[in-house]
Design a protein. Structure first.
Length: 228
């Protein structure tokens, strides 16, 4: 066990629970935190500080880390020690902090080993993933709200890459951003339309899902609104 200090870059839906991921400010590596109560997930209670507040994106918090629990598709996964609640340290929103985060950006057009929205399960049986989390700065970002069989679905549409550019259409699992979209009827909205003035530049945390119907899907797990 060891005490780690993490900047939160995703706190997203995972089934009926949560998936929290971020960058360790000690090891400088990505981590995806896994609890002991629900396999592969964190309960909402496990993502909260002592006062009951849930960890937010760009929070820096201290957490007791246990053993690694990596898989071929999720090499960043580690167990947390539940007996010790997370301790908030500060917000990661100073200019030097933003410059630090941008050092982790994927600036290539390819996203998580390819250009599609999913990876076939068999690929990781042949060769384990080097990583399953990436931080990106999207271009031409739009939000797509759909109604399907009485349920709302949310997707992010964007381009990636500075020279050659690829277009992506990925499911959104960030609960706070889904709540931000809730007042809007079904439709497709440019990112800037969610603001009265100039929007802060967004970053997106993209994560690979667990296996679902023989694929791992790429998900927008965190929408990070940087200070202007």
């Amino acid at each position: 066990m060891s005490l780690d200090r993490i900047v939160c870059l995703a706190n997203s839906y995972k089934h009926d629970h949560r998936c929290v991921a971020g960058i360790s400010l000690i090891t400088k590596r990505w981590l995806r935190l896994v609890g002991t109560k629900v396999p592969g997930c964190l309960t909402i209670e496990e993502t909260c500080y002592r006062d009951g507040t849930e960890a937010s994106l760009l929070d820096v918090f201290e957490v007791e880390i246990g053993e690694p629990c990596a898989s071929n598709s999720h090499p960043e996964d580690v167990f947390i020690v539940w007996q010790k609640p997370w301790r908030p340290v500060r917000r990661f929103d100073e200019p030097r902090d933003i410059a630090y985060l941008k050092g982790y950006l994927n600036k290539r057009p390819g996203l998580l080993q390819g250009y599609s929205d999913r990876i076939y399960v068999r690929k990781f049986a042949e060769a384990p993933a080097s990583h399953s989390l990436e931080l990106i700065e999207p271009g031409d970002l739009w939000w797509w709200i759909r109604e399907e069989n009485g349920k709302r679905r949310h997707r992010a549409l964007f381009r990636l890459g500075h020279v050659s550019r690829a277009r992506y259409d990925l499911a959104l699992t960030d609960p706070r951003w889904i709540e931000r979209l809730r007042p809007r009827p079904a439709g497709i909205y440019p990112h800037a339309s969610l603001y009265d003035g100039q929007p802060p530049p967004p970053l997106l945390t993209v994560s690979l899902s667990e296996e679902f119907e023989k694929f791992h899907y790429k998900l927008v797990a965190g929408v990070i609104c940087l200070p202007c």
